[in-house]
Write a protein that binds this ligand. Structure first.
Ligand code: THU
Length: 161
């Protein structure tokens, strides 16, 4: 028997003020775009903004539906748009924020399982890691070097060969 270990480190900043100018800008955009979320059921407005390798900026917000499972997360709305507008272009970084109308918005959230799977496939496709900048409307910021760090032992296209 062998034991394998999976570890990853990520950066923790006390606030947006500690970020580089570019990362702070992207996070501010993500905070702003939460306004465009359609989340009348959860009242949890999520905004995601990506900087692509070609310099373009693409945003996504969560889009809910009266038939709850139909709803889409901000991250997957963003990835679908990026892939449609700029196919084959890598994504350098995505900032994700949220505004919780039912409570606090002062700690980072990280993508749900389905979004992690989608992020990982994007990285694989364009052969470049996606940095994640995670924060609420205020407070701490987590920076994760690549999305695959959030999905160890992931299932991927290679498994279908
Ligand atoms: N949501 C996102 O858009 N992204 C996440 O990372 C977590 C959850 C959305 C889904 C749903 O519309 C609402 O937040 C509450 O779960």
């Amino acid at each position: 028997m062998n034991k394998e270990e999976y570890r990853f480190a990520f950066e923790v900043y006390d606030s947006i003020e500690e970020l580089s100018k570019q990362d702070a800008w992207l996070l501010n955009e993500a905070r702003g775009v939460t306004e465009s979320a359609y989340a009348p059921y959860s009242n949890f407005n999520v905004g995601a903004v990506a900087k692509l390798a070609n310099g373009e900026i693409v945003a996504g917000t969560n889009q809910e539906n009266a038939s709850y499972p139909v709803g889409l997360c901000a991250e997957r709305v963003l990835l679908a748009s990026a892939s449609t507008l700029y196919p084959h272009i890598a994504i350098d970084a995505i900032a994700i924020s949220y505004n919780n109308n039912n409570g606090e918005s002062n700690h980072p959230i990280s993508p749900c399982g389905i979004c992690r799977q989608t992020l990982v496939e994007y990285e694989e496709r364009v052969k470049q890691p996606i940095r994640l900048i995670l924060s609420g409307m205020e407070g701490k910021v987590y920076v994760i070097e690549k999305s695959i760090n959030l999905l160890p032992l992931s299932f991927g296209s290679v498994d279908l060969k």
